[in-house]
Design a protein around this ligand. Structure first.
Ligand SMILES: [Zn+2]
Ligand SMILES: [Zn+2]
Length: 558
């Protein structure tokens, strides 16, 4: 076993913020997967020992025909965490990314000309690039996909294309083995089928020599290593791939085509010696393609089944993400309002728990992340040491090359400041006034202000939208005599410089002295400053503004 002493965990230089010690590595899911990968000894379906691996390769892949939304990044991000956990244990580990570019074009996506209907059923790798900038439709999408993926992943990915793999003959040995053991393959698949596969069934899908489509050739027989087929129409859910009527033969060891998914997945594992791969929770059921391939991999290809990383899918506002519902979140939208590390953090939380995302609740995710940062750097203690260690490790593994230090300004506070002030300097001055500025983290603070500004403009719910631009006359009428008395007293007290804490205490003591309920006092502040009855923390709001401005405003409305 090769040992790689270099750890993948971000190096933390001497720093006053430094974490007290590295968190233990047993509690976090990716660490548990890593241990399972290292420690497992036996095949699942055979009485056979697993040979030692020189390196631990994890696979992640993507079908190239669909839309890339943030849900599709989950598989790669989670796989990367297991790679990191293995590296942290001193093992060689790498992440490979496979483009499933032999998949057929199933529908005409938005922005693609309708004349592309003629390519329905053709492998996406053989469909021309509608935008004309790449050699194929698949290549266009792969290059766009990788641009994004590299923003979210910090490990170098080794890239493969199934089309290239078939072309180079890299899968030939596996195809051969599968064809030689056809009866065993059928038996494995038939265990989960009501109608057993018939005599002429083939684990190989030919590509029509007449029209180049993969979905239209209907296999009519498979004998003496040759498949006979006829090219017929194939109905997708909404559209039909036209067959060309060609009748011919295909030799899986010589001609163009691909393996069926229940065989191909197993062959991929054996070909790249995969020790682990992610899959959606629907694959947990015993009849799924995962277990069928697992059995094929072991019994036919003599390769041990990888350790599965099963996970729940992402929901948006509690609903499944889909183009027809119109709730698809694209990676570029994410990057406008949050850094990649926040999505990694989001996906690295428990695997088998439904993850729901909503733009409106983004500040909560930031708060959770910030809290983990404070715990990691020992600025906040958690009573339960197990929980504390788990939080530290989750934070650590979500980082890329540098470990982010906790910011003093929360995301909602940044959103508030970004709405009040337009000028960058004014924003920083405001954060200084309220004690939420850290000189060492100037650039990080600016970034957060920028994300928050975009979020507030596009996605903030009504209660988080604020403006100092109010109708003074109307507010003057709405404030009671007691509230005005409160504001007058308060503004006089603000003539000297005050800290947020002092402001907070003073709101209570003036209300008490004047005998007005605290609630009314707070309402008076919000009405006078924002023209609303509610708002962010009052002391923070006041401290964010220039005291002279507050005094002037209070006098105007009284
Ligand atoms: Zn292109
Ligand atoms: Zn055809």
């Amino acid at each position: 076993m090769q040992r790689d002493k270099t750890s993948n965990s971000p190096k933390i230089q001497e720093d006053p913020h430094q974490a007290e010690s590295a968190p233990p590595r047993q509690l976090f899911w990716a660490d548990q997967k890593a241990d399972e990968i290292i420690k497992r000894k036996r095949f699942r379906y055979l009485k056979k020992d697993i040979k030692k691996f020189d390196r631990y390769t994890i696979k992640t892949s993507a079908s190239i025909s669909g839309v890339l939304h943030i849900g599709r990044l989950s598989d790669t991000i989670r796989s990367e965490s297991v790679v990191k956990a293995l590296k942290d244990r001193g093992y060689d580990s790498d992440l490979i990314w496979v483009a499933e570019d032999m998949d057929p074009l199933r529908k005409i996506p938005e922005g693609v000309p309708q004349e592309y209907k003629k390519y329905l059923g053709t492998p996406v790798t053989d469909v021309p690039d509608p935008w004309g900038c790449h050699t194929s439709y698949a290549e266009h999408h792969v290059s766009k996909y990788l641009e994004v993926l590299n923003e979210f992943v910090s490990t170098d990915l080794t890239l493969f294309s199934m089309k290239e793999e078939y072309k180079k003959g890299n899968f030939k040995p596996y195809i051969k083995k599968i064809l030689e053991n056809l009866e065993d393959i059928k038996e494995i698949i038939n265990k989960h089928r009501q109608n057993p596969l018939g005599r002429g069934w083939s684990p190989w899908t030919p590509i029509c020599k007449g029209c180049g489509k993969i979905i239209t050739p209907k296999v009519e027989g498979f004998e003496n290593g040759k498949i006979t087929y006829r090219c017929e129409d194939y109905k997708f859910e909404h559209q039909t791939a036209k067959g060309c009527g060609y009748e011919g033969e295909n030799n899986p060891l010589k001609d163009y085509g691909k393996m069926m998914w229940k065989s191909e997945w197993a062959a991929q594992w054996a070909r790249w010696e995969i020790v682990s791969e992610g899959a959606g929770k629907e694959y947990i059921v015993p009849s799924s393609a995962w277990w069928v391939n697992a059995e094929i991999a072991e019994k036919v290809l003599k390769f041990p089944m990888p350790v599965p990383i099963f996970y729940e899918h992402l929901m948006i506002n509690g609903e499944k993400m889909s183009a027809s519902v119109g709730n698809v979140v694209y990676p570029h939208q994410w990057l406008e309002i949050a850094p990649p590390v926040l999505l990694r953090f989001f996906y690295n939380k428990k695997l088998m728990k439904t993850r729901s995302f909503s733009f409106k609740d983004l500040p909560n995710l930031y708060d959770e992340y910030d809290r983990h940062a404070r715990v990691y750097f020992g600025k906040e203690k958690i009573p339960n040491p197990k929980e504390e260690n788990h939080m530290k490790r989750l934070y650590e593994i979500s980082q890329s090359n540098t470990t982010e230090k906790p910011l003093k300004v929360s995301f909602s506070h940044a959103a508030m400041v970004s709405q009040i002030f337009t000028d960058e300097n004014a924003k920083i001055q405001s954060l200084k006034r309220s004690g939420h500025y850290d000189r060492m983290l100037h650039n990080e603070t600016l970034k957060r202000l920028e994300y928050a500004k975009r979020w507030a403009a596009r996605y903030a719910p009504e209660e988080s939208r604020i403006s100092l631009d109010i109708d003074i006359k109307k507010i003057k009428q709405n404030l009671s005599k007691e509230q005005k008395a409160f504001l007058t007293r308060f503004s006089r007290w603000l003539e000297k410089p005050r800290t947020p804490e002092e402001i907070h205490n003073q709101i209570y003591s003036i209300s008490k002295e004047l005998g007005i309920p605290f609630k009314e006092a707070f309402k008076a502040i919000y009405l006078a400053v924002l023209g609303t009855k509610k708002g962010p923390k009052a002391a923070t709001l006041i401290a964010s503004l220039k005291q002279s401005w507050v005094i002037r405003r209070f006098n105007e409305v009284c």
